[in-house]
Design a binder for this molecule. Structure first.
Ligand code: EPU
Length: 353
């Protein structure tokens, strides 16, 4: 396998299944060796070059991007000391693969991130999270290459600036090329095991344990992966078999000042509200706001809103990025007009700068 290859006019993989191609694509199989090549360095140092993973969090607004780079290195390593398991994952590895591989070895820590589409390299960008766990809670560090200076460094989790669906990588886009993600898992059952408090998880977990005549606490990490898979499949499109294509949640759950949340609660007592780390900030359910505006199951041509979850925009076949974006904007305006809340999209919009 060569360290890197160049390709011309290649379709860009993306889970929303929008049709677009890269005029020039650089595929890195061995990034550390490839980064010694002057042409590779120049290509990556050009801010026009878009670095993409599996395209699970992008909305392609143009049918062609001039320059795209993709890291395909998919290795991972574990070092076990006592009950602690230190993991290093290369960025081209699917996060879901890492979740399943580690859970099947009986290691606790990543189960709730099962079924999230995308690579290990893309995951820290927006600090993916589900069922009460954010990736940042397991990350000990991230190895990055500075696209301005060409230097490699390893950041601690604190230096990564993680927050809800946010990180320093996202804030300082396109400066940092993520090369590896470092995580800490455990062979020991956590005190609060199993993590079933998120709505909808407990009944499925109880049924699984009961079917085996086991206590809930006897569930293994792999059981939890399968439980989460079952919960997600009920509400979210399966990214392995489009159509429909999707990018998971299309909008972030909006975080609003506590006074605004209180005013909304007085008017709409059923609107789900969640505390955040800041006492004066409350997170609202974007799915509820969008559903209340009547968008769940809406379809215009091939662009639509998933019928089982209003937070998910879907491509039923041939929708363009522009059509999906037009729909997203209509939803934003509607939610703003009805509730006075502005929804922020999750996927990065790429328009071929
Ligand atoms: N709801 C509705 N209608 C809908 C969808 C949701 O009323 O069509 C309300 C319901 O009350 C429901 C609540 O919203 O109980 C929460 O819904 P859900 O449990 O599906 O979670 P979410 O807040 O919509 C977040 C993440 C998901 C993650 C789930 C589970 C964001 C933006 N999304 O969704 O992440 O899987 O929690 O942890 O934070 C993703 O980011 O791509 C993603 C799928």
């Amino acid at each position: 396998m060569p360290d890197f290859i160049w390709q011309q006019g290649v379709p860009i993989a993306n889970t929303l299944c929008v049709s677009a191609s890269a005029q020039r694509l650089l595929v890195l199989h061995h990034p550390m060796r490839a980064l010694r090549d002057p042409e590779v360095r120049t290509f990556l140092m050009d801010p026009v070059t878009e670095v993409l993973g599996s395209g699970s969090n992008v909305l392609l607004l143009s049918d062609e991007l001039p320059r795209v780079a993709q890291i395909q290195a998919k290795g991972w390593w574990a070092l076990q000391r006592d009950t602690r398991v230190w993991i290093t994952a290369e960025v081209g590895l699917w996060l879901d693969t890492l979740v399943r591989e580690t859970a099947s070895r009986g290691w606790y820590g990543l189960e709730r991130l099962a079924e999230i589409p995308g690579t290990c390299g893309a995951a820290p960008m927006q600090n993916v999270g589900a069922y009460g766990l954010q990736l940042s809670e397991r990350v000990t560090g991230v190895t990055v290459w500075d696209r301005q200076t060409g230097q490699v460094s390893r950041w601690s989790s604190t230096e990564c600036g993680f927050a809800y669906r946010d990180s320093r990588f996202k804030q300082e886009e396109p400066r940092w090329l993520i090369l590896a993600v470092h995580l800490l898992l455990s062979t020991q059952r956590p005190k609060d095991w199993p993590p079933v408090d998120y709505p909808g998880v407990r009944p499925i977990a109880e049924a699984r344990a009961a079917a085996r005549g086991d206590a809930l606490s006897a569930l293994t990490p792999l059981d939890m992966v399968e439980i989460i898979t079952q919960v997600r499949r009920k509400k979210l499109p399966d990214w392995r078999s489009p159509p429909p294509g999707s990018a998971g949640s299309f909008f972030q759950n909006p975080v609003v000042p506590a006074e605004k949340a209180a005013a909304l609660q007085a008017q709409f007592p059923e609107l789900p509200q969640y505390p955040t780390d800041a006492p004066d900030q409350i997170k609202l359910s974007a799915g509820w706001l969008i559903e209340r505006c009547g968008w769940r199951g809406y379809r215009s041509g091939d662009a639509g809103v998933f019928d089982a979850h209003a937070l998910v925009l879907v491509n039923h076949g041939q929708a363009t990025g522009a059509a999906l974006w037009a729909l997203a904007q209509r939803i934003q305006q509607d939610v703003q007009a009805r509730f006075g809340v502005w929804l922020i999209p999750e996927p990065r919009q790429l328009s071929g700068r």
